[in-house]
Design a protein around this ligand. Structure first.
Ligand code: ZN
Length: 132
């Protein structure tokens, strides 16, 4: 059986740019970001689906904390979450700045961000952590 990549991130066998960590949850920058600072929030214990995670309130409070930090870090109100879960069989929530849904700061944030900042993992990690 293939080891679960998110479990390996939790155990630090695989490096990730960690934004937030407590006893039960971990948040880190997605390695294939769809926008700068795109973060994954996961339970440390292996659950297949978000709906299997028992402490839902805590899970969403942490997700909200990341979203509010992204708002400040990337200067947009528009932070989206996405819960699908087909690609990695370990519960995860995407949290990502999504200013284009508001047509907000399209020129100066998105274009600049997508071209220059999207793969600045350390920089985007620092921006979010500084705003937690
Ligand atoms: Zn896992």
């Amino acid at each position: 059986m293939t080891p679960c990549i998110f479990c390996q991130i939790v155990s630090k066998e695989i490096f990730s740019h960690i934004i937030y960590e407590d006893n039960d949850f971990l948040a880190f920058i997605d390695i294939h970001p769809i926008s700068p600072g795109h973060t994954l929030v996961i339970p440390k214990r292996h659950y297949r689906w978000v709906w299997d995670v028992p402490n839902t309130n805590e899970y969403f409070e942490i997700t909200k904390k990341i979203a509010l930090a992204q708002r400040r870090a990337f200067e947009t109100d528009a932070i989206s979450i996405k819960i699908v879960g087909e690609e990695i069989p370990h519960a995860h929530i995407w949290v990502f700045p999504n200013p284009d849904i508001l047509q907000q700061k399209k020129e100066d944030v998105i274009k600049r961000s997508f071209k220059e900042e999207i793969n600045d993992f350390e920089g985007n990690k620092k921006k979010i952590i500084d705003n937690l």
